[in-house]
Design a protein around this ligand. Structure first.
Ligand SMILES: [Zn+2]
Length: 451
């Protein structure tokens, strides 16, 4: 077996691991690089191997750092099938089409402003490319298996996001397991990760490999924030991932409202058409969630769903107070930017980041206490209160990662720690070595391992 780490090695984005096994070449995840510019530039480099030489892609889940490069791979000649769980296939459709729209918009904007070094600026891929990639997707139900040549492919749910799974590849008695992103033991929406018992080689994520989630009650903390902000006449802005996080926020806000913890007449806006679409998918796949069907069905009850961009613009002039959930989650783009621009200079408002902020993003800068941020080419003073709610994280923390690893019956011959900033990956590596006694290493970008 041969593994090439084409991304998410010593960083948290661009998840892509190329496996040569049983005469087949299978790509585990096909993610976009995000965050620092030097990382994002990797998206533009030619793919390190001939895409046509890849037999199949298996996606652990639909987050763009795991799926967002797929249209570019197809554009460069990949002709195989793309396996993912049924819910991941549904979410990928929403996420990849949106990603393609954004790529097209960015290129148009760069051409209009003449701000690109390339003339004309081209999108990484178009909506048409994304549709061609989506046509290659084949749903694979967790617990079932399929074959790519002599390789048996199967999935097991890991919480984290609707449809998210660990991937197992087995050929000739050798099994490779890839964790994808692991969820938490007590996630609001998703059940805990299922145990995987056997692996000869293991690739495990380490996003929170050096941290433990604080024992904060996310619902209680958000309730406190909303009440205090409303009391001073301000609004709460929740920059949120449209998929997963937005639904968890809706759930918590509904519970707070139901329990009389926040005013029943406080307007709640979901200002993200993608989040609205994703919420419908969470409702369609409600059986995969840990909440009751009725609660899933009522996620949007009494919530104002903002459709057109003009309505969203109008909302920035709305009389406060209100709660606005808007994307993107790291304030790197999307409608949340005009809310941020309007709200950041006013100390009455509260900007609450309910998710992990990748280093280098606007969200990370705000959470670190930046006094000004650049939005649409202008510096905007930050006087609003800024908070980071870690209780909403969809990622297993270091102890939860270790707990999943303890589920294996025997030590894998080799474990690779990926999908973490350098310190997180190395801290988890040390724990695996010291506490489990396994052979473990942190691969470097483009490293090639033969087993
Ligand atoms: Zn993820």
């Amino acid at each position: 077996m041969d593994i090439r780490f084409l991304g998410a090695a010593s960083t948290v984005t661009g998840s892509r691991h190329l496996v040569d096994l049983g005469g087949e070449r299978i790509l585990l995840d096909c993610g976009l690089f995000q965050g620092w510019k030097t990382l994002r530039e990797r998206n533009w480099a030619p793919f390190p191997v001939e895409p046509a030489s890849i037999s199949a892609v298996v996606l652990s889940h639909a987050h763009l750092d795991h799926s967002g490069y797929l249209p570019a791979l197809v554009k460069q000649g990949f002709k195989g099938k793309v396996f993912a769980s049924p819910a991941s296939c549904d979410l990928a459709e929403v996420l990849l089409l949106d990603s393609a729209h954004l790529q097209e918009e960015d290129a148009r904007r760069a051409n209009r402003l003449g701000s690109s070094r390339h003339a004309p600026a081209l999108p990484l891929y178009t909506v048409a490319d994304a549709k061609r990639a989506l046509a290659r997707m084949v749903p694979l139900a967790p617990g079932r298996s399929t074959r790519v040549g002599s390789v048996r492919v199967s999935l097991s749910p890991v919480g984290h996001l609707l449809g998210a799974c660990a991937v197992s590849l087995e050929a000739g008695g050798t099994t490779l397991v890839f964790s994808g992103d692991l969820g938490r033991g007590n996630d609001l929406l998703m059940p805990p990760p299922q145990r995987v018992a056997r692996a000869n080689a293991l690739i495990v994520e380490s996003t929170y490999g050096d941290r433990l989630h604080p024992h904060e009650d996310a619902q209680q903390r958000l309730g406190t924030i909303v009440r205090a902000t409303v009391r001073r006449g301000g609004s709460v802005l929740l920059p949120s991932f449209a998929v997963g996080r937005a639904q968890a926020l809706l759930l918590v806000l509904q519970r707070l409202r139901g329990q009389g913890e926040i005013p029943a007449d406080l307007p709640i806006y979901l200002d993200s058409p993608m989040a609205t679409q994703a919420t419908a998918l969470y409702q369609r796949h409600a059986k995969l969630l840990r909440i009751r069907a009725r609660e899933a069905a009522q996620l949007c009850e009494g919530v104002r769903l903002v459709g057109k961009a003009a309505e969203s613009e109008k909302l920035t002039r709305a009389r406060w107070p209100c709660v606005i959930i808007s994307a993107s989650g790291m304030a790197t783009g999307g409608r949340v930017l005009h809310h941020l621009k309007a709200m950041a200079p006013n100390p009455r408002h509260h900007i609450v980041f309910p998710g992990f902020q990748v280093a280098g993003t606007r969200g990370a800068k705000l959470v670190e206490g930046a006094r000004e941020v650049k939005i649409f080419g202008e510096y905007v003073a930050v006087k609003a209160e800024v908070s980071h709610l870690e209780g909403f994280s969809g990622h297993a923390d270091a102890d939860e990662l270790m707990q999943w690893l303890r589920g294996f019956e025997a030590a894998p011959a080799q474990t690779f720690v990926v999908h973490g900033e350098a310190h997180a990956a190395d801290t988890l590596r040390t724990r695996i070595q010291d506490e489990l006694g396994w052979r473990v290493r942190v691969p470097e970008h483009l490293e090639h391992a033969s087993l």
